[in-house]
Design a protein around this ligand. Structure first.
Ligand code: GUN
Length: 282
């Protein structure tokens, strides 16, 4: 069996989380997650609805604040300031991407680092890179939980992360490094990518190009993690890895859908719970 079943693991963790949330509520704290969505990006609409649904299922208080595409940067910053002060919200998440007239950097900087459950604030990024993480980006955090659940030995292994985004590639590299992997980050300008990839014991692919990684990229027995969420010409959800070709070569592989995606939301919920728990006794 080579499949890493992210959906099953997410379901298992959701049941355990509900119990932890009930216990916290009994002590008078209900975890609160507020999601801010600016504009009409169809993929973002789906993501934020899923986040809200999962938060409510876990027993959280949760709300989506929907703002029009024309919202000014100033108004968005004022809203964030208000949410920072509002003690019912333990986690604040501003869905990305933002409309072009709003600076993502300014918005992420405005979120109180203690409520930044995405782990995108420079303070939280810095804490992660210095080896003392508090808030971690959910997608790579979920991948680490999957690797551990499936008993993947990380120390001393060669890991390649394809993609260098702040959301996935960079924090992923740091989390693997922290667990003593020998880590390389590859990207669109990397030369001989297939050859580089073929050295990797652990291959994490987050480039956003459907079926990009084929059999010739993969070392026999490698662990392959597919972060891709692409649509093919028929609108079907496909990963960055050509699954049918790679699955027979890999020792473990995540499917799309049902792999990384469900665990991303799980980690967001876990992190919001942990953040709420830290307010106990404050
Ligand atoms: N857009 C795509 N992925 C994410 C994420 O993990 N968090 C936020 N806020 N926006 C995203």
């Amino acid at each position: 069996m080579t499949l890493i079943d992210g959906k099953a693991l997410a379901d298992k963790m959701a049941i355990a989380l509900k119990d932890k949330v009930d216990a916290l509520k009994a002590k008078g704290v209900t975890p609160g997650l507020v999601v801010v969505l600016v504009g009409e990006n169809p993929a973002s609409q789906v993501y934020v609805r899923n986040k809200e649904r999962r938060a409510l299922t876990a027993g959280f208080k949760s709300e989506i604040i929907r703002l029009s595409e024309e919202t000014s940067e100033k108004d968005l910053l004022a809203l964030i300031d208000q949410l920072n002060q509002d003690s019912q919200w333990h986690g604040i998440l501003v869905q990305l991407p933002l409309p072009a007239h709003i600076s993502e950097e300014k918005v992420l900087l405005a979120i109180d680092p203690e409520k930044d459950v995405d782990g995108f604030h420079p303070t939280n990024m810095g804490l992660l890179w210095s080896g003392s993480p508090v808030m971690m980006p959910s997608t790579p955090a979920g991948i680490m939980v999957m690797l551990d659940e499936y008993g993947v030995d990380i120390a001393g292994k060669t890991a390649l992360v394809i993609g260098r985004s702040n959301i996935v590639g960079k924090p992923m590299a740091q989390m693997l490094l922290d667990r003593h992997a020998t880590v390389t980050i590859a990207h669109s300008r990397t030369k001989n990518l297939a050859e580089v990839a073929k050295q990797a014991d652990i291959l994490v692919v987050a480039i956003g190009m459907g079926n990009f990684v084929t059999a010739d990229f993969v070392k026999p027995g490698a662990v392959v993690i597919d972060v891709g969420m692409n649509r093919d010409e028929n609108g079907k959800l496909i990963g960055d890895v050509k699954f049918d070709e790679v699955e027979p070569i890999a020792s473990l592989i995540t499917p799309v859908p049902g792999g990384v995606g469900p665990m991303t939301i799980t980690m967001l919920m876990e992190q919001t719970y942990e953040t709420a728990k830290r307010t106990l006794g404050k």
